[in-house]
Design a protein. Structure first.
Length: 395
């Protein structure tokens, strides 16, 4: 960056940056002499004390994301390579196969607003922060030097960018091969193989974040009938089949996801019935009962304004789903939203149980896997996935 501009916080600003918080909101920055476009800036308090360097977006409620508290830091390829290598080494320390995991998880890896997922020789990068695109080229160069991938895909086709007033798009920015139409690969995950469409799949193609929760479900499924709702490409279904489930049904509304799920069943030589259907319609009309039901819907609460409607929808769906459980059946419920608390999820399930004159025991509480680490100074912002498993009994 050739020029770094200077901004100041308001007099009312309470310095959470010193405790590791990495966001400043629009009402915390003095409006005088602010850049009119995204920019790299130095941040000073109202008494002209240096606080940090960060990226500024005048169009976002999260106006500034902190990159460094070291005034002398240079944001060159060495800086970004160091950050990525440090994050990679943490994954290795945590026991991950570094070929198949999330390498950078934004604020938790001190590259705010940036996500990097590795699918062996294909790398997917997302910029949740529009302003961090100022460093896109140097981040791409760093990824090439560290991983020597065949392909790098930018997956900026995400709704969160609307909050940044940023364009939504996807494109291949690096490729060793001439064939750019088929960006798919096979990954290894908990002893299974999965075909991943990195260019067209949901998020960046695969939900790495459910690893620990899939591992727990695998410990429960032997000789059980399993229903996997919102199954996507068959993550829970395939793992259940490989771990001894007696029969498995996976349901998803996406024809593309169901096609890949069926390919994954063939790839693993497992028998799973995958059905393309609206999940709510399927649940409402099903006459069959199951020993274990997994419900892993897309986020119903993308913003704080969505919360009330999301809670109503979760309640409606859970109320229908538990009616499909056999006696002493198990219900696994996943919520992918930082705006819905674990406590609220448990309240929703308890309300459904009471309505149906049932009782239950919590067997397991889970969050996202450690390649999506929860950063304690920003726990609420970085802990988004909640997963609860309840065994249900008649009252």
């Amino acid at each position: 960056m050739s020029q770094i501009l200077k901004v100041r916080t308001t007099k009312q600003f309470k310095n959470r940056i010193q405790y590791g918080y990495l966001w400043l909101f629009s009402n915390e920055i003095d409006k005088k002499d602010l850049p009119k476009e995204i920019a790299c800036v130095e941040v000073y308090d109202s008494k002209d004390n240096f606080l940090c360097t960060g990226v500024y977006n005048p169009y976002s409620l999260i106006s500034l994301r902190v990159i460094s508290r070291n005034k002398e830091e240079s944001f060159n390829k060495y800086f970004f390579k160091r950050k990525i290598i440090e994050s990679l080494n943490r994954r290795i320390q945590y026991g991950f196969d570094e070929r198949y995991c999330r390498i950078i998880y934004g604020e938790s890896d001190f590259l705010p607003g940036v996500v990097i997922d590795r699918y062996d020789n294909i790398i997917a990068i997302q910029f949740f922060s529009y302003a961090m695109e100022l460093f896109m080229n140097v981040i791409i160069d760093s990824v090439v030097e560290i991983f020597s991938p065949d392909t790098i895909v930018i997956r900026n086709d995400i709704h969160q960018r609307r909050l940044e007033h940023a364009p939504e798009y996807k494109k291949i920015v690096y490729s060793k091969n001439s064939n750019k139409n088929n960006i798919t690969t096979i990954i290894e995950h908990l002893g299974a193989k999965f075909l991943v469409d990195v260019y067209n799949g949901q998020k960046t193609g695969f939900y790495y974040d459910q690893l620990d929760n899939r591992k727990y479900i695998a410990s429960l499924v032997r000789n059980k009938s399993v229903l996997d709702l919102c199954c996507y490409t068959g993550g829970f279904s395939i793992i259940s089949s490989l771990n001894g489930a007696s029969n498995i049904t996976g349901v998803d509304s996406s024809s593309t996801a169901i096609h890949l799920a069926k390919e994954n069943a063939k790839l693993n030589k497992t028998k799973v019935e995958f059905i393309e259907a609206d999940v709510e319609d399927f649940v409402s009309n099903s006459k069959k009962k199951y020993d274990l039901i997994i419900f892993d819907p897309p986020s119903y609460a993308r913003t704080n304004q969505d919360v009330k409607n999301a809670e109503k929808k979760y309640y409606s769906m859970c109320n229908k789903i538990i009616k499909l459980l056999n006696s002493e059946g198990i219900f696994a419920f996943s919520v992918c939203s930082r705006f819905i608390s674990q406590q609220k999820i448990e309240q929703i399930i308890q309300s459904c149980l009471l309505k149906n004159k049932l009782k239950g025991f919590i067997l397991y509480r889970g969050i996202q896997s450690l390649d999506h680490p929860v950063y304690l100074p920003m726990k609420q912002e970085t802990e988004y996935l909640k997963f609860i498993v309840v065994q249900v009994y008649k009252s």
